[in-house]
Design a protein around this ligand. Structure first.
Ligand code: RIB
Ligand code: CA
Length: 312
């Protein structure tokens, strides 16, 4: 099946890899557009990185829209300590071969979904959900055109990564996460419980560094920086490849374990801000029910993402 996709991201190292996989799998993913949002790095840096990935992939025809530069309510949080100030770790990307679209990403989301057939577009979100939340607030009817929303975000048993309680994409804009998760769109949330199982181990890093392909070599340069940080900050061997899990889920859902849950997002300003609390459906009244990913076949997924991005 071919997925018609809009990818909303905050590139960021793992966002860049998710983009390369989506662009490589062009026989099954029709990447209609890319939206960027402030997250790992400021939105203008995200926009520059998205254009650089398109240049690396030779896909300058994919439109890029710059979006929200700050969350709905809370103060902006960035993750430059993980991704570097460039958002690309140690990598440099080719000069852009295209330019940003003049429209804002929120306007684009409203017009693209507003003009689309019912349940025809899959939205992948790999950063804070500010753009789509703002679009939904402006025109709730756009959700009719959403086939699926596949999001990297949240954490339950795994605990948080930006605080002990919260995963970064939710923490960065908890109000937007709550708005999107309560929207009624068919939603799959891939949180740290699953993505922390998907790491760039030394043998996988070797596969990338020994490749004769720019996408893999550039990915290795990006990940090398995050690997060092993971070692220093988390004492872990191998960075987790969070965002590629979303595109991998579209391409091979059989590699993932999922279950239906009711989810509650903590929008307080206290220590548990951004925590995502998972319940059995119906256990707590009034909570949205979503598809929660609990596990991944990491070996097969790594082979898949490398194969797809090396098709570029
Ligand atoms: O917590 C991991 C998520 O936060 C990933 O999307 C990463 O790119 C950062 O945005
Ligand atoms: Ca991201």
């Amino acid at each position: 099946m071919t997925h018609r996709v809009i990818l909303d991201c905050d590139p960021g190292v793992d966002d860049c890899i998710a983009l390369l996989v989506a662009l490589g799998a062009s026989d099954r993913i029709e990447l209609q557009s890319i939206c960027v949002v402030a997250g790992n790095v400021p939105v203008d840096v995200c926009a520059r990185n998205a254009l650089g990935i398109l240049a690396l992939a030779g896909r300058g025809h994919v439109p890029v829209y710059s979006g929200c530069e700050r969350p709905l309510r809370v103060e902006p949080s960035f993750a430059e300590h993980i991704h570097g100030r460039s958002g690309l770790g140690d990598a440099t990307l080719p000069a852009a071969i295209s330019t940003l679209e003049p429209a804002n990403a929120v306007d684009h989301l409203c017009s693209a979904f507003g003009a689309a057939e019912p349940q025809s577009i899959t939205l992948v979100i790999t950063g804070p959900m500010t753009n789509f939340a703002t679009a939904l607030q402006r025109d709730p009817s756009i959700k009719a055109a959403v086939r699926d929303v596949v999001i990297m975000g949240g954490a339950s048993e795994a605990g948080g990564n930006i605080t002990p309680f919260a995963e970064f994409n939710i923490y960065a804009d908890p109000d937007a996460a709550k708005t999107v998760l309560e929207s009624g769109c068919r939603t799959t949330l891939i949180g740290l419980d699953a993505t922390l199982q998907f790491r760039c181990t030394p043998s996988r890093m070797q596969r990338l560094t020994q490749a004769d392909h720019a996408a893999s070599l550039t990915s290795a340069d990006m990940i090398a920086h995050v690997n060092r940080v993971y070692g220093e900050v988390y004492g872990a061997e191998g960075a987790a490849l969070h965002d590629p899990c979303t595109v991998g889920y579209l391409l091979a859902p059989e590699l993932f374990d999922t279950r239906e849950v009711a989810i509650d997002v903590d929008c307080s300003t206290g220590d548990t801000r951004g925590q995502t609390r998972i319940h059995a459906p119906g256990e707590v009244d009034g909570l949205p029910v979503i598809n929660w990913v609990t596990g991944v076949r990491d070996t097969a997924l790594f082979d898949l993402i490398v194969t797809e991005m090396e098709r570029l």
